[in-house]
Write a protein that binds this ligand. Structure first.
Ligand SMILES: [Zn+2]
Length: 416
């Protein structure tokens, strides 16, 4: 079967088995995710791959290589979805792995070492508010406390949900390492792009530079003084809204300057509100609360943006006679993709293009384990985490082609 037929067949089967109403429902450790695993496993068995499931449900489908003692290449992504998600977020990466192996088979390639496709459990935090359950769990990285987290709708704990699905929550409780990082020579993940960049660029695929980290002022505050909106002249005002807007505007201009310099930075204030019990249409607002979310593939860029915010806040305190309390920051580190794999992918691309990933992926966990990791993004309309994800099969084929070229080049490099 040509690989595009295999992909079309698998995407159709996944859609039919897991569509509920308008969207896709592959609930982490639930019936939807399991249905996807069953479809993928059956296809892998038809391809003659060795299938194994670890204690926490990750599915590994292996094409044996010449020397089975060598560390293997893992191609992976997740098979769960958010509630009312789309058909391609996650699943595209697993299907791409199977299609690439089918191409190697068709070309009679026997790799020097094993190549495995991994259907990873529970990447989405939507169900249990814990991301990367499958990948972080496989490396024994999860805090066992996560087992008590309840699924948002059924209120059943992760431990009970896993047990009901036939999995061993004890592996997480004991922080058991199910996958030895030394046994993985490289991790490759194909994923749909979750923003509009490739559509804008008119390109089918991109090589990912890295997964952005996040430095966030989660509970920032500005305190001024409530006053009558008509009676208090400008020079006497302590307007918290005006001061916060000035700060956010300043940061927006700063962002444009950093972007013009060519550095990766994204700034967002996704929450910004006044106190509903105190504010009013005829009042100067005496207090705001807001979030400043700073993301970049470089720690130094995030830190520089955070100190820019602190310095600017001090300046606006004086100008607006208010007090800023930016509060504590939360932090998740950026995960850079492997420089050598990135360069190889760019060399093998028909239209080389690199971009950062704004969303988290299992590849971040593999990179954290010091496994050389790389990602390929596929053009996708309408964003992700919604039923309208739209990936063209031709674009998917371009990603499979690039992945297959990378696998072949690593095989021939090993022989040479
Ligand atoms: Zn995903």
């Amino acid at each position: 079967m040509p690989t595009s037929d295999l992909a079309a067949k698998l995407f159709l089967a996944l859609d039919q088995a897991t569509r509920q109403g308008r969207g896709i429902q592959r609930d982490t450790y639930g019936a939807g995710e399991q249905a996807a695993h069953d479809i993928i496993r059956q296809s892998a068995e038809t391809l003659g791959l060795e299938c194994a499931v670890d204690a926490i449900g990750n599915l590994t489908m292996t094409m044996p290589g010449h020397d089975r003692t060598q560390p293997r290449i893992v191609i992976g992504s997740h098979l769960d979805s958010v509630p009312q998600g789309g058909n391609f977020d996650g699943a595209a990466g697993v299907v791409a792995g199977l299609c690439a192996i089918a191409r190697l088979r068709a070309d009679n390639v026997v790799p020097p070492w094993d190549i495995a496709v991994m259907g990873i459990r529970g990447e989405e935090s939507a169900w249990f508010d814990v991301p990367y359950l499958g990948s972080a769990g496989a490396f024994g990285l999860l805090d066992p406390k996560c087992l008590e987290v309840r699924r948002f709708d059924t209120q059943r704990s992760l431990a009970d949900t896993m047990t009901a699905g036939g999995f061993d929550a004890g592996a997480i409780r004991e922080r058991r390492r199910l996958l030895d990082p030394v046994s993985v020579r490289a991790y490759l993940e194909v994923h749909i792009e979750q923003g509009p960049e490739l559509i804008g660029e008119g390109l089918p695929v991109a090589v990912v530079t890295g997964i952005r980290g996040c430095l966030r002022f989660r509970n920032a505050r500005c305190v001024g003084a409530y006053a009558h909106s008509g009676a208090v002249p400008r020079r006497h005002r302590q307007d918290a809204v005006a001061a916060t807007v000035a700060l956010l505007h300043h940061m927006n201009e700063y962002w444009a300057r950093i972007e013009a310099r060519g550095d990766d930075l994204v700034l967002t204030s996704g929450e910004f509100f006044t106190d509903a019990a105190m504010h009013g249409p005829s009042k100067v607002a005496g207090e705001t609360r807001f979030v400043l979310d700073i993301r970049s593939t470089a720690d130094a860029v995030m830190e520089a943006a955070a100190s820019e915010a602190r310095v600017a806040a001090e300046r606006f305190e004086e100008q607006f006679r208010v007090r800023f309390d930016l509060g504590a920051t939360s932090y998740s580190p950026p995960a850079m993709m492997d420089a050598r794999l990135r360069q190889t992918l760019l060399n093998l691309s028909d239209h080389p293009y690199e971009m950062a990933s704004g969303a988290g992926h299992d590849a971040a966990i593999f990179a954290q384990m010091k496994i050389p990791s790389a990602m390929i993004f596929i053009r996708n309309a309408n964003g992700s985490h919604n039923p309208d994800e739209a990936m063209a099969l031709d674009d998917f084929d371009a990603a499979v082609m690039l992945l297959t070229r990378l696998l072949k080049s690593s095989c021939s490099a090993a022989v040479a």
